[in-house]
Design a protein around this ligand. Structure first.
Ligand code: ADP
Ligand code: ZN
Length: 305
């Protein structure tokens, strides 16, 4: 019987790390979570988790995948590949994350953003299976997006920053200036969880479904999605993150997006099929750590390219 390769995954979030060993959603053999503190301590705990597996004689790992908060350098040709670059998280600037893991465990280490990894996992095992071009957008503490284009994660100058798109902002309807420290009223500044909380004076999760916050929210997200549809022509858009736990947002966003198209899309079948076009993630909370495993698998199967 052919033995399926086994991988390590690290989901590195701003508040917690999740480490796992496995080969996919139905095969997670070990898992551990701990809070994010300093780089040395937190990366050290992750390394220790995989070392224990190795020392206990568990089946060998073929690669480690790291799905991290950013901004980060995921370009294998860059001298600072594997680094977290200039994050809002104190103490983590210029951290050689992937290099530290790779040297400590002597294994190839794949490295990408948490949202790119989640896009990869949803494509591989979740709501994007069978497609070649899709977008995964998370609406949580920030807004971030990853795209699979022709079966590969989209990387260019760096990873995309879809949350910082500009969208029309009608200041008569919504005088709130936005919370993005760089742009004020970009998509993230207007529609991420902290923007909802600052605009309405209460946490997003406590706003009832009939609160006017949600019509505005659906409007902003639909404007952002319209730009993504027109720019990337994804075959599907998957919307995750804490704010999208408000499941009533899905029908509202679909309806607003239809209105915004005004009948103009290159594939008119889309206009009849919005329920299958805008979807929640199938992997839910597990998309991050499974994404890390998917990154490791991708690196292993491509021979490190
Ligand atoms: P993170 O982005 O930090 O990984 P989340 O995706 O959970 O984590 O996003 C946290 C943000 O989402 C917070 O601003 C919070 O207010 C908001 N949020 C979390 N759960 C819900 C919910 N059920 N409904 C609406 N907003 C939520
Ligand atoms: Zn911004």
């Amino acid at each position: 019987m052919e033995v399926e390769p086994l991988y390590g995954g690290i989901e590195a979030g701003g508040t917690k790390f999740i480490c796992a060993i496995g080969s996919g959603p139905d095969d997670i053999r070990a898992e551990e979570r701990f809070p994010t503190t300093s780089p040395a301590e937190t990366i050290g705990r992750a390394v220790a988790f995989f070392r224990r597996w190795q020392e206990a004689g568990g089946p060998a790992l073929s690669a480690i995948g790291i799905a991290s908060f950013g901004p980060l350098d995921a370009d294998p040709a860059s001298p600072t590949f594997g680094y977290i670059t200039v994050p809002p998280k104190p103490g983590w600037a210029n951290t050689d994350f992937a290099g530290a893991v790779q040297r400590a465990l002597n294994l190839p280490a794949a490295f990408d953003t948490d949202v790119n990894a989640a896009a990869l996992a949803e494509w591989r095992w979740g709501a994007g299976r069978g497609l070649h071009t899709l977008v995964y957008l998370t609406v949580g503490t920030g807004i971030g997006g990853g795209a699979i284009v022709h079966g590969r994660l989209l990387h260019g100058l760096a990873h995309p920053e879809m949350g910082h798109m500009r969208i029309p902002h009608d200041r008569e309807r919504d005088p709130f200036p936005g919370v993005c420290p760089y742009h004020g009223d970009c998509l993230e500044g207007l529609a991420a969880g902290p923007a909802l909380e600052a605009r309405w004076g209460q946490p997003a999760e406590s706003l009832p479904p009939d609160h006017p916050a949600w019509e505005l929210e659906a409007n902003y997200l639909a404007l952002g999605l319209m730009n993504l549809v027109y720019a990337l022509a994804p075959q599907r858009i998957i919307l995750g993150g804490g704010v999208m736990e408000q499941s009533h947002l899905f029908p509202r966003i679909r309806q607003k997006l239809l209105q915004l198209f005004k009948g103009y899309v290159a594939n008119p079948a889309l206009l009849q099929d919005m329920e299958r076009y805008i979807l929640p993630p199938a992997l839910g909370q597990r998309a991050g750590v499974l994404g890390a495993i998917a990154l490791a698998q991708q690196t292993h199967l491509s021979g490190g390219k």
